[in-house]
Design a protein around this ligand. Structure first.
Ligand code: ZN
Length: 454
């Protein structure tokens, strides 16, 4: 099969040329931030790294990381000292900022990302790479049934899709399933962009709520963002069936890079990372923070550096995601190492000495019964990673189950989680929509909360 690519020169670069290009850009980046930001100058000096002597990608391992807390503090300072919210680490004139996006802001005060015209163009370039891989051409109608906000998956995504030339219909998600159904029925989108939970909600309720069968809308592609799930078989299969055999794609972005940076394919074999020429990534051991070799099957925390970010470059940014990398060729024929989201560093639990990711618990539970909605919340009574079994887990179910069904499901969950993950949980069934779907800083669903009732 011939694969279509937006930028074959960059997307097909061999590894040696790619590493040379990354090093070339990295050398320019470290010098630029050092010379244009007193903040980076102090940071590099304190870490004992000399940007004028960066000779190899290995040298870059000695550079300090950047994380959300540091970004927040840097932005508090720039608000107070410089009168803008972009942080002390900004490397351009604030008057060049052309768009501001924000984190979802559910974990503390929001942080801001400024985009210059160049930053927007780079984001649009990466978006175009994803669109072509999905078979979307300029002029195709794209329904944006997701938030229309300053969050990166909102207005910034719309901006990039329009720059590509798609005919974007920003219907939003807040107006509800009926409205989305009505608009989709009129504009006949080829692609729909939405969240995992809203896609499933539409698939399950659209016919009943609006009289319009989502399988008849003719939507060929559903891109889901913001939450894990687009790569989980039960979830994407439900979305694909719900929209009459549409293909479901999972995508990924990277804070500080030129989001988006990857899209899955019809093989559902991981997310192809297609932006290595402008988004350099490392995989580190989350306990020691030591870089691991990028080879097939390596798993660890992903660290990003947007090589061409103009406004507020974040060097060695900790996105706090645990990623598994696949380097073997994909059956789809498209280039790009593939990535699988394994969990959040902050959500990692230690149960009986074993690392457990909350999404592993969720995946077991969701495979057991049609009664579950797909949402769970693990509760613990303290902020530490170590938890003692039985671990309390709120499991959201659809309303209408009898007492006997609820008792059976509870026992089934206890047994199956123990069978697959070797520890006991204490499930508490709650009716759908009883708990708010909270997202983490990067928009990923929060699966763990600290509660006095745990
Ligand atoms: Zn593929």
């Amino acid at each position: 099969m011939t694969v279509r690519l937006f930028n074959p020169t960059m997307e097909l670069l061999d590894r040696t040329s790619l590493r040379e290009l990354q090093l070339h850009k990295l050398k320019k980046l470290v010098v630029r931030v050092y010379e244009h930001s007193p903040y980076y100058q102090a940071k590099f000096d304190a870490a004992g790294v000399n940007p004028y002597q960066l000779k190899s990608l290995d040298d870059y391992r000695h550079y300090p990381f950047f994380d959300k807390d540091e970004e927040r503090i840097s932005q508090e300072r720039s608000k107070a000292e410089l009168g803008h919210p972009f942080g002390m680490h900004i490397t351009c004139d604030p008057r060049l900022v052309n768009r501001i996006s924000s984190s979802s802001g559910t974990t503390g005060s929001p942080t801001f990302s400024g985009f210059t015209r160049l930053d927007r163009e780079l984001a649009a370039e990466n978006c175009a790479r994803g669109m072509v891989r999905m078979g979307i051409d300029p002029g195709d109608v794209v329904l944006h049934a997701s938030v229309i906000s300053m969050w990166i998956a909102g207005m910034p995504a719309i901006d990039s899709m329009m720059a590509y030339g798609a005919c974007v219909v920003p219907v939003g998600a807040l107006s509800g399933v009926e409205r989305v159904a009505q608009i989709a029925n009129e504009v006949k989108p080829k692609m729909m962009r939405t969240t995992v939970s809203f896609a499933r909600h539409m698939a399950r309720t659209m016919l009943e709520k609006s009289g319009i069968d989502p399988r008849t809308l003719g939507i060929q592609k559903v891109v889901v963002t913001g939450e894990p799930g687009g790569s989980i078989k039960d979830i994407y299969s439900e979305i694909e069936a719900g929209f009459g055999g549409a293909l479901c794609y999972d995508n990924m972005g990277a804070t500080g890079c030129h989001s988006p940076t990857g899209i899955s394919c019809e093989e559902h074999a991981g997310i192809h990372f297609y932006a290595e020429d402008n988004a350099y990534f490392e995989i580190v051991d989350p306990k020691t923070m030591t870089p691991l070799p990028i080879e097939d099957g390596v798993e660890g925390e992903i660290i990003f550096t947007g090589l061409e970010r103009e406004c507020g470059p974040l060097l060695r940014w900790r996105d706090k995601d645990i990623i598994k990398v696949t380097t073997t060729p994909c059956a789809c024929g498209r280039p790009g190492v593939r990535m699988q989201f394994k969990g959040r560093v902050d959500d990692m639990l230690l149960v009986k000495g074993v690392n457990v990711f909350p999404n592993a618990v969720r995946d077991v539970i969701n495979s057991l019964s049609a009664l579950t909605t797909g949402n769970i919340r693990i509760q613990k009574d303290h902020d530490e990673a170590v938890v003692e079994p039985p671990v309390k887990v709120l499991v959201e179910i659809h309303p209408g189950a009898s007492d006997a069904e609820r008792a059976d499901l509870t026992q089934h969950i206890v047994n199956q989680v123990h069978h697959h993950l070797r520890f006991r949980i204490r499930p508490v069934l709650v009716d759908a929509d009883q708990f708010e779907i909270k997202s983490g800083a990067t928009g990923k669903m929060q699966l763990v909360e600290v509660s006095k009732n745990a």
